[in-house]
Design a binder for this molecule. Structure first.
Ligand code: FCB
Length: 447
C-alpha cells in the first residue's frame, strides 16, 4: 500500500490532548465545547472536576515544550481544540486560537521535536451539539471545513495529521452509555454517530489530500483484542461479537469498505443508515493507522463483570495489565487487513502516584511501559511495521469522567501550584529512548 510515511527515524513520543491540559477554557475567544457543558453537570465527573484550568498549558506553553526536551522525545502528539479555532464550529476563525497552535508547532520544531496533530479529541463546539452534534450529518461537513482551516495554517510544518481520536469512545461512551460528553443514552443514535464520524473522516481525508498532498494522514482507533473468558462456545461467541462491535466495526469500513455482517445483524433496527457512496468515501487510502492500546476485552457470556485472574495486576483505573494483548493485536491486524504503517499513538497507565519532595517513585508505571514496549517490539520482530510509540501521557491531566483523580503522566502535576515534577518513569523513558537511538535497532535492545 503506498504511503506518505517515508522511512525515517522511529518516533519516540508522548501524547496529550487539548481539553485535558490546556485550561484557559474561556479565554482569547475560545467558544464552549461539549466537555465544558458536560463537566458542569453535577455527577458527570469525579469531584465535579472540569477542564477550566487543567494543567494551564495554554499559559505555560514554552515551559512545557522545554519539558519535552528534558524528556528526550523526538515526537509529540497533541490535539487542537476546535472551539478555540472556530468558536461556533463554523465560519470565521479565531486568530488567537490559531496563533496558539502556530506557536506550538514552531516551538516543537525549533526544539527538534516532530509535531503530530490530531484534529478531534472529543471537544466538539457546543454550538454544533445544539444542532444535533454528530447525530447530524451536517457536522461531518463542518469537520471537513475545520480540517481545511487547520491544514491551511499548519499543514506546511506538521509531521502527520490525524482526523479522529477513538471514534468508538465518542459514539459508544458519549451516545450509548452516556458516561462521556454529550452524555446521551441511545444505541441507535450511537451507531449512526459512529457512521457519521467515519464519513467525516473520509470527507476530511479527501479534502486534505488535495490541500496538503505530502502530509501523512491517518486516524487513531482504540483497539483491544477480545478473548473468551473460558474455552466454551458461549464465551467464544461473546468475544467474537465484542471484537465486531469494537474493532471490526471501525477497521472493516476503513480498510475493506463494508461494515461486518454479523454486527449489522446483531444491531437489528439499531443499525445505521448507510449509502454505498458513503462506504466508498470512508475507505480512503491512509498513510498510517494510530492504535491506542490499554487492555484486552475479557468476555464471559453470563457475567459481564467477570474479571481475568489478573496475575499481572490492575492499574488505578481498574484496567488489567496485559502486555501480551498488544503483540496479539498487532500480529492479528497485520494478518487480517492490508495495513499502512502503524503508530502506537497511546499506551500507558494510571497509578496512585505520590509526590515525595521532588520525586515520584512510580515503579509500576516503569514496569508497565517496559513490558508494553517489549510487546510492541515482539510484534515488530514478527513483521508488523510500527513506526512510532507515544506514551500516554506527557503529564497528569483531566482524565475525563475521572477528573484529576487518575494520574497517567510521566510528569507529575501539582495542581495547586501547577508545578511539574518528572516522575521516575520520565527519567526511565528518557534513558530508554537514548539507548534505542544509539543502537537504532529496537529489536536488539534486549526487551
Ligand atoms: C484514551 C483517551 C485519552 C486518555 C486515555 C487514558 O481513551 O484517548 O484521552 O483519556 O484513554
Amino acid at each position: 500500500m503506498p504511503t506518505n510515511l517515508l522511512p525515517g527515524e522511529f518516533q519516540w513520543g508522548v501524547a496529550a490532548s487539548a481539553y485535558q491540559i490546556e485550561g484557559a477554557a474561556f479565554e482569547d475567544g475560545r467558544g464552549p465545547s461539549i466537555w465544558d457543558t458536560f463537566s458542569r453537570v453535577p455527577g458527570n465527573t469525579a469531584d465535579g472536576d472540569t477542564g477550566d484550568v487543567a494543567c494551564d498549558h495554554y499559559h505555560r506553553l514554552e515551559e512545557d515544550l522545554d519539558l519535552l526536551v528534558t524528556l528526550g522525545v523526538n515526537a509529540y502528539r497533541f490535539s487542537v481544540a476546535w472551539p478555540r479555532i472556530q468558536p461556533t464550529g463554523r465560519g470565521a476563525t479565531n486568530p488567537k486560537g490559531l496563533d496558539f497552535y502556530d506557536r506550538m508547532v514552531d516551538g516543537l520544531r525549533a526544539r527538534g521535536i516532530k509535531p503530530h496533530l490530531t484534529l478531534y479529541h472529543w471537544d466538539l463546539p457546543q454550538a454544533l451539539q445544539d444542532e444535533g452534534g454528530w447525530g447530524n450529518p451536517d457536522t461531518a461537513r463542518r469537520f471537513a471545513d475545520f480540517s481545511e482551516v487547520v491544514a491551511r495554517r499548519l499543514g506546511d510544518r506538521v509531521e502527520s495529521l490525524c482526523t479522529f481520536n477513538e471514534p468508538w469512545v465518542v459514539a459508544t461512551l458519549g451516545h450509548e452509555k452516556g458516561i462521556f460528553a454529550p452524555g446521551l443514552k441511545d444505541r441507535q443514535l450511537a451507531m449512526q454517530v459512529s457512521h457519521h464520524l467515519l464519513v467525516a473522516h473520509g470527507l476530511a481525508v479527501q479534502a486534505l489530500r488535495t490541500l496538503v498532498p505530502r502530509v501523512p494522514l491517518g486516524i487513531v482507533l482504540n483497539l483491544s483484542p477480545s478473548y473468551p473468558a473460558r474455552n466454551v462456545a458461549a464465551d467464544r461467541a461473546k468475544a467474537h461479537l465484542e471484537d465486531g462491535l469494537s474493532l471490526r466495526w471501525y477497521m472493516d469500513p476503513l480498510f475493506r469498505g463494508s461494515y461486518p455482517a454479523d454486527v449489522l445483524e446483531h444491531l437489528g433496527s439499531d443499525r445505521p443508515k448507510v449509502t454505498p457512496e458513503e462506504l466508498a468515501l470512508i475507505q480512503q487510502p491512509l498513510d498510517f493507522l494510530g492504535i491506542n492500546y490499554y487492555m484486552r476485552n475479557f468476555c464471559h457470556a453470563e457475567d459481564p463483570h467477570a474479571r481475568p485472574p489478573g496475575e499481572q495486576g490492575f492499574t488505578d483505573m481498574g484496567w488489567e495489565i496485559y502486555p501480551q494483548g498488544l503483540t496479539d493485536l498487532l500480529v492479528r491486524l497485520g494478518r487480517d487487513y492490508r495495513l499502512p504503517p502503524i503508530y502506537i499513538t497511546e499506551n500507558g497507565a494510571a497509578f496512585a502516584d505520590r509526590l515525595e519532595g521532588d520525586e515520584v517513585h512510580d515503579s509500576q508505571r516503569v514496569a508497565y511501559l517496559e513490558q508494553h514496549l517489549g510487546a510492541m517490539n515482539a510484534a515488530r520482530r514478527q513483521g508488523v511495521d510500527v513506526r512510532g510509540y507515544f506514551a500516554w501521557s506527557f503529564m497528569d491531566n483531566f482524565e475525563w469522567a475521572s477528573g484529576y483523580q487518575k494520574r497517567f503522566g510521566l510528569v507529575y502535576v501539582d495542581y495547586g501550584s501547577q508545578r511539574r515534577v518528572l516522575k521516575d518513569s520520565a527519567h526511565w523513558y528518557r534513558a530508554f529512548i537514548a539507548a534505542q537511538q544509539q543502537t537504532d535497532q529496537p529489536s536488539r535492545a534486549g526487551i
